[in-house]
Design a protein around this ligand. Structure first.
Ligand code: ADP
Ligand code: MG
Length: 278
């Protein structure tokens, strides 16, 4: 057993999955064996010359396998910092982050890269595709880093492109695709290593509302296939596609609850407990 856990009955009885307090103190979270992502009192401080920016000031929560979580909050509240930590692109300044029982803070850069390749897929607001490279080669890139031979890379890339509805666009370059299609290519690239967790930072931020809804439908399908999805969004319409919404403000969690309450709750902390999907 690599982390302490309590039964889900206990968790439901207590009715919280997140420490929403802003005051310091021991993090108050219940962790079950189904939890993939466990943050305990995580802080992140950026040093800018002599100045320090406290981007995260003590964040604690657990996310279970198969959950679909939206992270919301005003600009500068620490959403991208949190996603970079969860995505193993960075390490906490203090506190611990455990991914599938591994304490990420103890890993060196090579081990972090390996864990990213194996367990995590990333989708960004700006798609981040290679401009002069066709869809198949863009999608196949993570397989190249994983050392998969070329023939198999292309076959796998074509298979995943078909999964996201782009079977007939493999030879197109990004400039020959619509925004929604480019984001599908980016999603296929994130999925090609078959990661358990898909992380998306403002995935619909550059898309119109119709295309955003299509991308969210794809996310819901991926989630119902068993993938854990964590997405950052400003947009309540987008957040409502998730099942759980975590709100950040000034580097702390101010609420954590079912997505249905997003519209009514506005900026007020959610009273009800998080939906436990795991
Ligand atoms: P969000 O994604 O919610 O807009 P960020 O996580 O990007 O917020 O930023 C949180 C705070 O940390 C902001 O004050 C931002 O200016 C600061 N910050 C983010 N990244 C860096 C960095 N690499 N160096 C210094 N400060 C940073
Ligand atoms: Mg951001």
């Amino acid at each position: 057993m690599r982390f302490p856990f309590q039964s889900s009955q206990f968790r439901e009885r207590r009715g919280f999955r997140t420490d929403c307090r802003t005051a310091n103190g021991p993090p108050r979270i219940d962790v079950t064996m189904a939890d993939t992502i466990v943050l305990r009192d995580v802080t992140k401080t950026y040093k800018m010359g002599t100045q320090e920016v406290n981007a995260l000031r003590g964040v604690s929560f657990a996310i279970g396998r198969g959950e679909h979580v939206a992270i919301m909050g005003p600009s500068g509240s620490g959403k991208s910092t949190l996603m970079n930590l969860i995505g193993c692109l960075d390490r906490p300044t203090t506190g611990t982050y455990s991914l599938d029982g591994t304490d990420v803070g103890t890993l060196d850069d090579n081990a972090l890269a390996a864990i990213r390749l194996k367990k995590l897929g990333f989708v960004f607001q700006g798609f981040n595709l290679l401009a002069r490279t066709n869809a198949i080669k863009n999608v196949a890139l993570p397989l190249f880093y994983a050392g998969v031979p070329q023939g198999r890379r292309d076959r796998e890339a074509e298979r995943v492109l078909a999964e996201v509805g782009l079977a007939d666009r493999g030879s197109h370059k990004p400039s020959e695709l619509s925004g929604g299609q480019q984001q599908r290519v980016a999603i296929a690239r994130a999925l090609v290593n078959d990661p358990a967790v898909l992380l998306a930072d403002e995935p619909t931020g550059n898309l119109d509302s119709t295309t955003s809804a299509e991308i969210m439908a794809l996310f819901r399908q991926l989630n119902s296939d068993g993938r854990t999805i964590i997405m950052v969004t400003h947009d309540p319409e987008t957040a409502r596609h998730a099942r759980r919404v975590i709100r950040l403000r000034d580097g702390v969690v101010v609420s954590d609850g079912p997505a249905e309450s997003v519209a009514e709750a506005g900026n007020a902390p959610l009273a009800s407990p998080a939906a436990a999907d795991g």
